[in-house]
Design a binder for this molecule. Structure first.
Ligand SMILES: [Zn+2]
Length: 378
């Protein structure tokens, strides 16, 4: 399973703040938590537990944000190195609205770029490519045009990924329009910065215009679809069928803690309900995805979004054996009902794993054949 979007330091507040708008939720529940994730000790305390949590949910590859601090991001990489999960991480970059009062504002841009570059030198491609770096400007509201442009240039120069958020919430979109009056729309802000392309993962992308969608497809930019976060914060429902029809590269993200649950199975469930709502209430007549389509979104399509589909994302000869084992008996309506796995079609097994997901159903997770700590052992 590939989680294309999560925030490591936010995990302790998973499930808090349902229904708040994005900017209020950030101020109340998220920035105070990220501000405390500032040194190696904090990372040593939180990151190993976070990676065990993701592995227990069945995630074997994670693309995640740290906080703005180099020391805690470095610590998170150390934890991922030891744990064994496949991880692409990045130190958050913010120079417009930031929660780090220790940095002189006029030096934030230069310092954030330098620290990101130092982390890239240490971690990008480490352990034969199991660990990687994503240059991580938070989003357009908290980054100047200079920060966006310089961060995109750094990613291009070093071969790192570039990740940020786009078009999540109407209030956010209006604020971006106010801050970047020359840009045609939200996607254009990143386009002008040189941020679009096949090494870029944009989270959310809920409210795209036809022009924005076409531009993302044209530049081969990838999107992390985070339906549980989008409904938890009442941001909106992504028109996934329209995007897929247009040829947009999409995978799934938990967006913990915007999303309340680190499980990609749970993300699939909320995504499926959301798409059904779009069809029945929203008037979108396109067909909804079947259970095996959701499985593909959470595995192979996620790997493809990262350009890693030659190594992970499916079970094939020559790939690196990132696997999970699940016990589908736990998804039955009652534990004492007879369960004959051999008599059930794959699509039906997957349907139950999505719609009757059980917190203990992942019994093992492996990356490159090495067993990860986290899943309850059988
Ligand atoms: Zn996010």
């Amino acid at each position: 399973m590939v989680d294309l979007h999560a925030h490591l330091p936010q995990l302790p507040n998973a499930g808090l703040g349902a229904g708040l708008d994005l900017l209020t939720w950030l101020d109340r529940y998220i920035f105070p938590l990220e501000r405390r994730f500032d040194d190696a000790e904090d990372a040593a305390r939180l990151a190993p537990a976070a990676f065990r949590t993701f592995a227990a949910a069945g995630t074997t590859t994670i693309l995640a944000y740290g906080a703005v601090y180099k020391a805690s991001t470095d610590g998170a990489f150390r934890a991922a190195e030891a744990h064994g999960i496949r991880a692409i991480l990045g130190k958050v970059m913010m120079d417009r609205v930031t929660y780090d009062e220790t940095i002189e504002p006029s030096t934030i841009l230069e310092r954030s770029l330098r620290e990101s570059e130092e982390l890239i030198a240490t971690w990008h491609g480490a352990d034969a490519g199991r660990l990687g770096y994503a240059v991580t400007p938070r989003f357009a509201i908290s980054c100047s045009a200079d920060m966006l442009r310089e961060s995109a240039a750094l990613a291009a120069r070093t071969g790192a990924w570039w990740q940020t958020h786009v078009s999540e919430d109407p209030g956010e979109i209006a604020e971006v329009a106010r801050l970047f009056p020359d840009a045609r729309d939200y996607v254009d802000v990143y386009d002008r910065a040189g941020g679009l392309g096949s090494r870029t993962i944009l989270a959310h992308a809920i409210h795209l215009s036809d022009r924005e969608l076409a531009r993302l497809v044209e530049t081969d930019t990838r999107v992390a679809h985070c339906p549980s976060s989008n409904l938890f914060l009442a941001s909106g429902i992504m028109p996934l069928a329209r995007y897929r029809e247009a040829g947009l590269g999409v995978g799934l993200g938990s967006d913990v803690a915007g999303g309340p649950d680190p499980s990609i199975f749970s993300v699939m469930q909320v995504g499926a309900y959301a798409q059904a709502a779009l069809r029945t209430v929203g008037g979108d007549g396109r067909s909804v995805l079947a259970p095996l389509d959701w499985l593909r979104l959470g595995t192979y399509d996620g790997a493809r979004a990262l350009g890693l589909e030659d190594r992970i994302g499916s079970i094939e000869v020559g790939k690196e054996a990132d696997l999970i084992a699940v016990d589908p008996r736990l998804t039955a309506a009652r534990r004492d009902l007879p369960y004959d796995a051999g008599a059930i079609e794959a699509a039906d097994v997957m349907s139950r794993l999505i719609f009757r997901a059980h917190p203990d159903m992942v019994r093992g997770a492996w990356v490159r054949g090495r067993r990860l700590e986290g899943p309850a052992s059988s």
